[in-house]
Ligand binder design. Structure first.
Ligand SMILES: *Cc1c(COP(=O)(O)O)cnc(C)c1O
Length: 378
């Protein structure tokens, strides 16, 4: 079956007790045992819960893996992934990964002896050069945030395979609707499900999918041991969100393409970052590994003053962090999502004061363009 069908049907085939068509919210912590150790597959909801199990089966199916695991947030998912490693192990991370990913390694796991090197993963030769005898994994994100830099996932998978490393991909921006890293050779894919998978700015969650069943077992052990699991209400909401992923992602992209093309012609816009523009660096690589370009756009208006004017004047775009929901959001990375990065480093990465990031929603695109037009005027 094709993905749009699996979005609706995978992971759940009606409630065995009642025939309920959607998965019930099993708001329960523990389960009656007929005799010691004799039960229906559930003992305690940190270990397993039927609503969560439906979500985990669904996401495993969508990403094409053997096992899915759900977590209380994207960062809870990554925390549990990093528990696979031990003191003295070394990781290679993209130099432009999500800020929270950098922070978790640099400020937390480094204290426990996990080492890391940060490299520009657009350059496979830089990645290969960073490998040490104790390197265990390669963590990448494509496209990145906020400059939509593209990494060649097949090239990363080749390097990982040659050196016996795990390739771990943050697929938050694309979702399995547009990009399935496991099919390109990755070992583990993870998401902030808070973003496009949830899609309605109404929950915080994370998911992980793995290809190898033995690795899935190890992660299920760690998920239960560390316990950073989502509650059944959020699992239910996330399943509900995922059902419309196909229709949402198509609309996000159609709107984003139009807006990116319009911005590229606007006299006050210096530069537009959108993987769907033919002159975007990495456009061809992205086209080979993904089915679409997504709904995130960044653009540079040349000054912090003008960026400030735009976010003050917009009426339809909401000034907020986060991304990937049905409503359009706008933000200034240098002062919001990326404010914790030192100014020199921000400049070096290209995150200028005049850079604006849009998470394009699924409103009518003419209304969105009219809003940006009046905000950029004057
Ligand atoms: C938001 C985000 C995360 C973190 O996920 P949370 O659900 O906020 O914990 C990780 N990666 C990317 C790309 C994100 O956008």
């Amino acid at each position: 079956m094709r993905l749009s069908t699996r979005l609706i049907h995978a992971g759940f085939d009606g409630d065995p007790a009642t025939g309920a068509v959607t998965v019930p919210i099993y708001q329960v912590s523990t389960y009656r045992q007929e005799a010691v150790g004799r039960h229906k597959g559930y003992e305690y909801s940190r270990t397993g819960n039927p609503t969560r199990a439906a979500l985990e089966a669904l996401i495993a199916d969508l990403e094409g893996g053997s096992r899915g695991l759900a977590f209380a947030s994207g960062m809870a998912a990554l925390t549990t992934l990093l528990l696979l490693f031990q003191a003295g192990d070394h990781l290679i991370l993209g130099d432009d990964v999500y800020g929270g990913t950098f922070r978790l390694q640099d400020k937390v796991f480094r204290r426990f002896g996990l080492e890391a090197t940060y490299v520009d993963t657009r350059r496979p030769e830089h990645v290969a050069a960073a490998i040490q005898p104790n390197t265990r994994a390669l963590l990448v994100e494509t496209p990145t945030n906020p400059l939509l830099k593209i990494t060649d996932l097949r090239a990363m998978a080749d390097i990982a395979r040659q050196h016996g490393l795990l390739l771990i991909v943050d697929n938050t921006f694309m979702t399995p609707y547009w990009q399935r890293p496991l099919e390109l050779g990755a070992d583990i894919v993870w998401h902030s499900a808070t973003k496009y998978l949830g899609g309605h700015s109404d929950l915080v969650a994370g998911v992980v999918v793995v290809r190898d069943p033995a690795l899935g077992e190890r992660l299920a052990f760690l998920q239960n041991a560390a316990g950073a699991v989502p509650g059944p209400q959020d699992c239910y909401l996330l399943i509900r969100g995922i059902k419309t992923l196909a229709v949402r992602m198509k609309e996000h992209e159609a709107n984003a393409r139009r807006i990116a093309q319009w911005l590229a012609r606007h006299p006050r816009v210096r530069r537009v970052y959108y993987p769907g523009l033919p002159d975007h660096p990495g456009h061809e690589v992205h086209k080979r590994q993904a089915g679409g370009f997504g709904g995130m756009i960044s653009f540079d208006v040349g000054s912090g003053e003008l960026a400030d004017q735009v976010v003050r004047r917009v009426r339809l775009f909401t000034l907020a962090e986060s991304l990937g929901a049905v409503e359009s959001l706008i933000e200034i990375p240098a002062r919001m999502t990326h404010a914790a990065i030192p100014p020199e480093r921000r400049q070096a990465l290209g995150v200028t004061d005049g850079l604006i990031r849009l998470s394009v929603g699924i409103e009518d695109v003419e209304d969105l363009i009219a809003d940006l037009d009046q905000a950029l005027a004057g």
